[in-house]
Design a protein around this ligand. Structure first.
Ligand SMILES: NCCCN[C@H]1CC[C@H](NCCCN)CC1
Length: 290
């Protein structure tokens, strides 16, 4: 009955709207407002504090890219950490990699996990993998307690820097990520929109260049229901075995790791990694791989 418009000071003067068929859930957790609605053309939609987190129709583009860009760039990821990602979609994608033995996830808001399991079973299916260990808590504190060099890959599937995820965009957090990674380990973080958040991206790139002594890339993909239709990722590796994010050495195709329960990939493929045109004059956008 009507339209949902994603109005936020993070993207002034514009708002993506979706036609609403029915509101399915509204709640308030200790951290944020949580809402689920049935849209007319994008399936069910998860909204946190008025910001679209995912829709059934296009979540594959984000979850597949944020997981496979890092994991396909190192030979045999074994221990993976997801910060955020409480809807379970990134877990579903990480689970496709047969070399992975342990998947830790640290999500601050249990309501996101519960609501995703109830309304987005094809996304929350990631929690069913026996390698997954769920920690409900603050990712900043979790990483401080992680022994040095523990993980092969860390994926930071955060919301935006206004609200619970604010600290996940700051330098100390990136330093704790670097410490928790083994030499040549990789991190992939949600890194906003090149059309909306160039200043945030410039700061993140500058911080990452100081902290990660391997490679530092900025990648982006298209997600129609995120503001400006594009979302980016910081892809970094620590000093050690070199990592080339543009030429995946551990390619995953539609069949790898697909057990009878797993559905095939809908978006990602290794051939698509290419240096893209720079959409803006701004020098700070590194090679874009999409
Ligand atoms: N696992 C899916 C969670 C998606 N995380 C974020 C949700 C908020 C969204 N805002 C985009 C704002 C403009 N860049 C970015 C991805």
């Amino acid at each position: 009955p009507g339209w949902f418009s994603e109005i936020s000071p993070m993207w002034p003067g514009e708002a993506h709207s979706l036609k609403v068929e029915k509101i399915l859930f509204q709640g308030k957790s200790d951290y944020q407002n949580v809402m689920v609605f049935q849209s007319s053309t994008y399936g069910k939609v998860l909204v946190l504090d008025g910001v679209i987190q995912l829709t059934e129709r296009d979540e594959c583009a984000y979850q597949e890219m944020i997981a496979h860009l890092p994991l396909c760039s190192i030979p045999s990821p074994k221990k993976v950490l997801v910060i955020g990602g409480g809807d379970g979609g990134v877990l579903r994608e990480v689970a496709r990699h047969l070399s992975v033995e342990q998947i830790d996830i640290c999500e601050i808001d249990k309501m996101v996990v519960d609501v995703s399991k109830q309304f987005f079973p094809d996304v929350a299916v990631g929690f069913e993998d026996p390698r997954v260990v769920l920690h409900i808590g603050d990712g900043v504190a979790f990483l401080k307690a992680v022994p040095e060099g523990t993980y092969d890959a860390i994926i930071v599937d955060s919301s935006d820097p206004i609200g619970p995820a604010q600290e996940l965009f700051e330098k100390p957090f990136f330093e704790s990520v670097a410490k928790a990674l083994r030499p040549g380990g990789v991190v992939c973080t949600q890194a906003e929109s090149i059309w909306l958040h160039m200043h945030i991206i410039e700061d993140i790139v500058a911080n990452c260049r100081q902290i990660f002594k391997g490679s530092v890339n900025y990648a982006w993909t298209t997600v129609p229901t995120y503001p400006s239709g594009v979302i980016g990722f910081m892809l970094c590796s620590t000093e050690g075995p070199p990592v080339d994010f543009k030429h995946p050495i551990n390619p995953i195709d539609a069949n790898d790791g697909r057990s009878k329960t797993m559905k095939p990939l809908k978006f990602y493929n290794s051939e698509e990694i290419r240096a893209g045109a720079r959409p803006l004059r701004n020098r700070s956008v590194l090679h874009s791989t999409s």
